[in-house]
Write a protein that binds this ligand. Structure first.
Ligand code: ADP
Ligand code: ZN
Length: 523
């Protein structure tokens, strides 16, 4: 459960250096403790995001942080990543060339280095020990800390020197591992910390009392009113993508008899504080807010959280819904998503200033979120899997409540791809759907698209159903809007095996029928 007590500088570094919008579960608290100089033992599942928990504090702390890791390839990767982000990092491993080693020593002597990665064998050398004693080390981080345990099969004798190094330098130590069994834990405490209990973080990411649900966007104001209406008198948060929307939805809720107000970064500090205080004090207040709301909100009995717009990433989603039900009592969430959200996020990523690799990673993270939105099985399982945890179907999400019906959507997807390809990938979903459903609009006839073999081949589905197909295709990153050409849909490499008939696609049926033709969602 992230607590958002992180100060602005930590949050700023998270975004500016690492390119993340939000902490992963558990990260915020660990970063805070490590940055504050506590001794920490953190047990996190693989893929949970351990490295950030020492990399970020290293930037906040003075001097250099020594990182001990047994995995040379991984160290080199991390050093490269940090350097690309403008962080002074270096590694001393057996794989170094002499030049590399010299450069690292130079940076260290000049007091410029922020992170020094060391292979454990290095600790055996008296030279290394002497060098570290003079280098202004302010933190030792130990990756794969279970290697200090003779119980496990990963035992590394050199890890036994780490406790000694900590004593010699007299600095805090943060140990990380994914191995949680009791014997290993005890051994890590005794060997790394001399038995003085470090602050220990061991928590699964699951928040089982929070009900998870997503809905395709189909009139967000009405959907939020319906959701809030069923929870009258309970405290809730409605997260909105824009400031204007926070005001509009708050007004609509008030007109519907709720006690509701808005909150966003454009408000005066006094007004924001006023809302925070009211929310903490009053029962049954609804705050319609941008993501600016949350820092410092620590109300235990928030009973529901709704997203009127798609969150930025799974991390943001988890953090925002995680504000509900901190008292452990049942809480409900509902997250709306639509093709406009997807298009907006893709455009933001493409038009952002980030370097290409980071943009690709951002697209990947968005895909993961969309995959969660249109998951085929238990939503919690999918959510926890993203954070590296395995779980049984939860019985407390919309997809466990009502398993989605799926159908073989391969033909529909191939027709859609063919419509895009035959029009040189130059059009958005609206026009492609007109072609597929055989509508002879002016735009279709002027361009001669009524002569295409694809014209009218998709009459078996309605416009609304085609929108759902396109949305799911975007969600799985089979097609992507091209930012430079106003959202013209372009096929991605992932779609190739489907087009070639090597892979089939399952699509969700319910999403298809719910995305009725009441409201045109794709233009
Ligand atoms: P671990 O060492 O725990 O297995 P890593 O530190 O390698 O995990 O992180 C796993 C992945 O999670 C990496 O791809 C990393 O970029 C990503 N990650 C870590 N923290 C965040 C975050 N706050 N938001 C988004 N992605 C993150
Ligand atoms: Zn479930």
């Amino acid at each position: 459960m992230p607590r958002d007590t992180d100060g602005p500088s930590v949050q700023g570094l998270l975004k500016d250096i690492f390119g993340f919008d939000a902490f992963r579960p558990g990260q915020g608290e660990i970063v805070e403790a490590v940055a504050a100089g506590e001794n920490v033992l953190a047990i996190m599942p693989t893929g949970g995001g351990k490295s950030l928990c020492f990399q970020l504090p290293a930037l906040v702390r003075p001097g250099v942080t020594v990182v001990i890791s047994p995995l040379i390839a991984l160290m080199r990767d991390q050093v490269r990543g940090l350097r690309e982000a403008g962080v002074a990092a270096g590694a001393l491993t057996s794989g170094n060339t002499q030049d590399e080693t010299d450069a690292v020593w130079d940076m260290l002597h000049a007091g410029e280095l922020k992170l020094l990665y060391l292979a454990p064998e290095r600790l055996a050398s008296a030279g290394t020990q002497r060098m570290l004693a003079q280098a202004g080390v302010s933190l030792i981080a130990v990756d794969e800390a279970h290697c200090v345990s003779q119980w496990g099969h990963d035992f590394r004798p050199d890890y036994l020197r780490i406790g000694e190094l900590r004593r010699a330098l007299g600095v805090p130590l943060a140990a990380f591992t994914a191995t949680a069994d009791v014997e290993t834990q005890e051994e890590m405490v005794s060997r790394l910390f001399d038995g003085a209990a470090p602050r220990t973080f061991l928590r699964g990411f699951d928040r089982p009392n929070i009900h998870l649900a997503f809905q395709p966007k189909d009139g967000p104001r009405a959907q939020v009113l319906a959701f809030g209406g069923a929870r009258r008198g309970q405290s809730g948060i409605v997260y909105c993508g824009t400031r204007a929307k926070t005001e509009g939805i708050a007004r609509a809720l008030r007109e519907d008899g709720h006690s509701a107000c808005h909150y966003h970064g454009g408000m005066e500090a006094d007004d924001r504080r006023h809302v925070e205080e009211r929310f903490a004090r009053e029962d049954g207040l609804i705050v319609c807010a941008t993501v600016a709301f949350g820092m410092g909100v620590d109300k235990p009995d928030i009973r529901w959280v709704a997203h009127a717009d798609l969150p930025k990433s799974i991390e943001s989603y988890y953090q925002e819904i995680g504000r509900a039900g901190r008292d452990g009592a049942p809480a409900e969430t509902m997250t709306l998503y639509g093709p406009e959200d997807i298009r907006l996020r893709r455009t933001q990523i493409d038009e952002g200033m980030a370097p290409p690799e980071r943009r690709a990673a951002d697209h990947g993270r968005l895909n993961a979120l969309l995959g969660l939105a249109e998951a085929l099985g238990c939503r919690r399982q999918a959510l926890l899997a993203y954070f590296g945890e395995t779980a049984e179907p939860c019985g407390n999400c919309d997809l466990c409540d009502t398993p989605p019906e799926v159908f073989d959507g391969t033909e529909a997807v191939r027709k859609a791809l063919s419509a895009a390809l035959r029009t040189q990938e130059s059009f958005g979903a609206g026009h492609l759907i007109d072609i597929l459903t055989g509508r002879d609009t002016d735009k279709v006839t002027q361009r001669g698209h009524d002569k295409l073999p694809t014209f009218g081949v998709g009459k078996d589905l309605s416009k609304g159903q085609w929108q759902a197909v396109f949305r799911q295709m975007m969600g799985r990153d089979l097609i992507r809007p091209d930012a430079e050409r106003h959202g013209a849909l372009v096929m991605t490499d992932r779609a190739l095996p489907i087009l070639r008939g090597e892979e089939r696609v399952s699509l969700r049926k319910d999403v298809l029928s719910k995305a009725a033709d009441r409201r045109p969602a794709v233009k």
